[in-house]
Design a protein around this ligand. Structure first.
Ligand code: NAP
Length: 259
């Protein structure tokens, strides 16, 4: 299927690895020109080169911390009028509520709520004027079903989800959509860090923690980043102007609700 976004410009945040990289790769395969960021320059440069070699699209890479104002300005300077915005950043560290300081909460809210809101604020009006825009917020399945030890993620990402819900409806009149992608368990570096914490909390080995999690997934496996990327590219395509304000759980069937 032609996704109808050849030549569109896309910002993909936090994209040197994992889910962000997979989204960038799939958007490039569909012909979108990319501006990508991450903090570590070496990995980012290699990822940009790898995607460019495979797809032939234009890729600008900006080494920055997207959770800072300077980082957000740097990526917007590189791509001031994106047609597509994929919001992503590292997840907050896993911990129980009792072990969290208010400073931990401020950092999580800045990274996983304020940062995507600021990028949306800087770009959504231009998208509405140009009558095309696709905004995807990578959040977490924790938005629908809060998870143990992920209190910071549960809170900050739910805030973002509610914060854009009305805008998502209003913007759709201008062919601009805003949707959330809610990953369950995908095989990335982040997942490994979570297993280490879960193993400590349950006094089991990391391998046992991984196996317990896998066994709890109806699909009987973890997700692969490339399948996540393909869904992202479809949500950013020309065919999805009628999908907005949705929060799509991609978790191999873990979420037990029917809606
Ligand atoms: P990952 O494999 O660890 O990759 C994270 C990427 O983000 C890297 O490219 C990293 O590069 C970049 N990054 C991190 N912090 C950044 C910052 N402040 N500014 C710019 N770039 C930054 O993680 P992932 O699994 O893809 O997860 C992506 C997001 O989805 C996270 O928020 C995670 O919590 C959430 N999530 C993931 C899963 C899952 O199963 N994997 C499930 C639920 C939610 P640098 O370190 O070089 O900056």
């Amino acid at each position: 299927m032609d996704l109808g976004i050849k030549g569109k410009s896309a910002i993909v945040c936090a994209a040197s690895k994992g889910l962000g990289k997979a989204c960038a790769t799939a958007l490039a395969e569909a012909g979108a020109n990319l501006t990508i960021c991450a903090r570590g320059e070496e990995d980012l440069k290699n990822t940009a080169q790898e995607i460019q070699n495979a797809s032939g699209v234009e890729i600008t890479h900006v080494a920055c911390d997207i959770t800072t104002e300077a980082g957000r300005q740097a990526i917007l300077d590189a791509c001031p009028r994106p047609d597509i915005l994929v919001n992503n950043a590292g997840g907050p560290p896993p911990a129980n509520f009792e072990d969290l300081s208010m400073d931990d909460w401020r950092k999580a809210v800045e990274a996983n709520m304020i940062t995507p809101l600021a990028l949306i604020k800087a770009t959504v009006e231009g998208m509405m004027e140009r009558k095309f825009g696709r905004i995807v917020n990578i959040t977490s399945a924790a938005v629908k079903a809060p998870m143990n030890l992920l209190d910071l993620s549960n809170g900050a990402r739910a805030g973002l989800t509610g914060g854009v819900a009305i805008l998502a409806r209003r913007a759709s009149a201008h062919n601009v959509t805003i949707n959330g992608m809610l990953p369950g368990t995908f095989e990335t570096d982040r997942l490994v860090q979570n297993f280490v914490k879960q193993a400590e909390a349950q006094s089991i080995s990391v391998e046992q923690a991984k196996e317990r999690r896998r066994a709890s997934v109806p699909a009987n496996r973890f997700g692969s980043p490339s399948e996540f990327g393909a869904i992202c590219a479809f949500l950013c395509s020309a065919h999805t102007g009628y999908i907005t304000g949705q929060n799509i759980v991609i978790d191999g069937g873990v979420f037990p609700g029917i809606v």
